[in-house]
Design a protein around this ligand. Structure first.
Ligand code: SAH
Length: 428
């Protein structure tokens, strides 16, 4: 067990944190005359999802906004009959107008709230099997902190604030991180598109300590350099950890293609698992350059890995014409769907790329195929892969279903938290 991963910080009790005081503060809310905190009044019938503890309040579910809350401010959420439902953050610019902080009327939303929730979230991961020194510590809604992502790469914390509510509490979050992880450097990577929907600008800021250009981590015996300053997400795809392990275990002696490789993750795991040779294919030259540095870092022979830069759709077609084959192909494309309107187009993209890959697989080969689009449901994705196999004239069997690693949990009340799906298919 990596000692750095235990969190033993002792928090003051809830009472000492002011919960009692706050209960007293909200009692007048129900008397209607005195508004202590701004309120969202929910449309009759639309409180059902809140009663099921779903954390999102869509603007269409809000009948009235009372008390002129500022962007990100905490609001009391009430039903038409004055029933207290939740305490939430207010996002005036977003379709998701409220995100619930707590369903407990006695729980104050203050600095200690964030300290407590971050600690709980990190502690939840204490008994995770330790195969890596890189871990997601907070996974937004699914860890009770809507809009906060916190990843730890060795001694470097990288966080993202995705919502107006999290932006409002930025200082509290930084203070909590400094207290809970005093030895760690801290980087903010709030340069994500969703912030625009909340009316928030992008921000990248070194908050504490010094961070090298590339941070070295290890996972299942393989080392990776992570560009926390400018790489995708917070620097890497921690969510694919379990699937990298599965690929590594299946790769022994095989000719592997890692399509949409980014900085080489799956391909390096394959080399770690004894692959005969890996081809890393991506449209980004800098990502492939980092894949090459990662190969060197691990001492894998130069001849064991090629990088190919270009458009996967085109290159796979060319290789098919040339009769090239692989024993194992990983297909982990970027998110093709970002709205319901783009789902049809995305389905065609997924089908096309799976078809191209299936045609390149040698008999008995394996396809590891993924979709990281939350809007793409498991059943639909399986059908797309099945259709692609039919068109490619191949038959196959799913031998394993793959999903995001456990440090990217899915709260039972928040099914939207499940976004990554994959299939390991044995192809004839
Ligand atoms: N599998 C990676 C993550 C993939 S992210 C990992 O586990 O780390 C998606 C990648 O697809 C990005 O690196 C992006 O550069 C690449 N990409 C996007 N469109 C592409 C295209 N048409 N052809 C090849 N690569 C593409």
């Amino acid at each position: 067990m990596d000692g750095q991963r235990s969190f033993s910080y002792v928090l003051p009790s809830r009472r000492a944190l002011g919960a009692q005081d706050f209960t007293a503060r909200i009692i007048p809310v129900r008397s209607k005359e005195i508004i202590v905190d701004p309120q969202l009044i929910i449309v009759a019938g639309r409180e059902k999802s809140l009663l099921r503890r779903h954390p999102w309040i869509f603007s269409g579910a809000v009948a009235t906004v009372k008390g002129r809350p500022a962007s990100g401010q905490t609001v009391e959420v009430l039903g038409q009959n004055g029933q207290w439902l939740a305490r939430a953050s207010y996002s005036p610019k977003s379709q998701i107008m409220g995100r619930v902080w707590t369903f407990d009327a006695g729980e104050a939303v203050d600095e200690e709230f964030f300290l407590r929730r971050i600690l709980q979230s990190a502690s939840r991961r204490n008994d995770f099997e330790s195969s890596s020194n890189a871990l997601r510590l907070v996974h937004s809604e699914s860890d009770g902190l809507p809009g906060l992502i916190l990843d730890r790469y060795s001694g470097v914390l990288v966080f993202q604030l995705l919502t107006a509510g999290m932006e409002f509490w930025r200082k509290a979050i930084i203070d909590a991180l400094r207290r809970l992880f005093p030895a760690d450097a801290i980087l903010e990577r709030s340069d994500v598109e969703v912030r625009a929907k909340e009316g928030l600008p992008a921000r990248v800021e070194l908050v504490h300590g010094a961070i090298p250009e590339l941070v070295e981590i290890h996972e299942n015996g393989v080392k990776y350099l992570v560009d926390v300053h400018g790489g995708h997400k917070t620097g890497s795809y921690l969510d694919q950890r379990d699937s990298r392990l599965a690929v590594g275990r299946a790769a022994g002696g095989r000719e592997v293609l890692n399509c949409f490789s980014y900085t080489g993750g799956f391909g390096l795991a394959a080399l770690g698992g004894g692959a005969a040779h890996v081809t890393q294919l991506d449209a980004s030259a800098p990502a492939l350059a980092l894949a090459e540095r990662n190969r060197e870092l691990n001492g894998f022979a130069a001849g064991s890995m090629d990088t190919v830069c270009g458009d996967a759709f085109q290159i796979l077609r060319n290789w098919h014409k040339e009769g090239r084959t692989f024993d194992l192909i990983v297909l982990d494309p970027p998110k093709f769907v970002d709205s319901k309107a783009s789902l049809n187009r995305a389905c065609r993209g997924y089908k096309d790329v799976n078809l191209c890959a299936l045609r390149l697989l040698a008999p008995g080969g394996r396809l590891f195929t993924f979709s990281c689009s939350g809007l793409m449901e498991d059943g639909l994705f399986q059908k797309i892969v099945a259709d692609a196999a039919l068109d490619a004239g191949r038959s196959g069997r799913i031998i394993r279903r793959l999903t995001q690693a456990g440090d990217h949990p899915v709260s039972l009340v928040f099914p939207e938290g499940a976004y990554l799906k994959g299939l390991e298919v044995l192809v004839e």
